[in-house]
Design a protein around this ligand. Structure first.
Ligand SMILES: [Zn+2]
Length: 127
């Protein structure tokens, strides 16, 4: 089963100020990964079948979805965790912020504060 996990991280700015923060992420079990992978494969192939009667567009959509299915399924199978967000206090303007993360983001990560647009860095605690 997918489980929500938390990890302690630090938000730093380039002047040496830093605050503790928490990163939230989801960890997928082997069964979850297989299920997510199968759903994306079947979903793409259903989309390919649905696109069949569309004139002209089916020339691109049908092979596109047909190929995208196994490719997407492969990446879903390989993805063991999904990063969600970092919640903490911005060291620049000292207010609580939530930074959305992409699945491909890695820590340490350079980013910008969503409120004050200042450059900040997210690093693992204890580094
Ligand atoms: Zn800020």
């Amino acid at each position: 089963m997918a489980s929500s996990e938390q990890m302690a991280v630090i938000i730093k700015d380039d002047e040496g100020n830093q605050n503790d923060a928490t990163m939230y992420y989801i960890v997928y079990s082997a069964a979850d990964r297989t299920k997510r992978s199968a759903i994306s494969l079947v979903g793409c192939w259903i989309a390919a079948v649905v696109a069949l009667p569309i004139p002209v567009a089916h020339l691109v959509l049908v092979p596109g979805f047909f190929i995208a299915g196994p490719v997407l399924a492969y990446f879903r199978l390989k993805m063991s965790e999904s990063k969600e967000k970092v919640v903490g206090v911005c060291p620049r303007h000292n207010a609580e912020i939530t930074i959305k993360l992409e699945n491909t983001d890695t820590i340490p990560k350079y980013t910008y504060c969503p409120d004050c647009k200042g450059a900040i860095q997210i690093v693992e605690k204890g580094e």
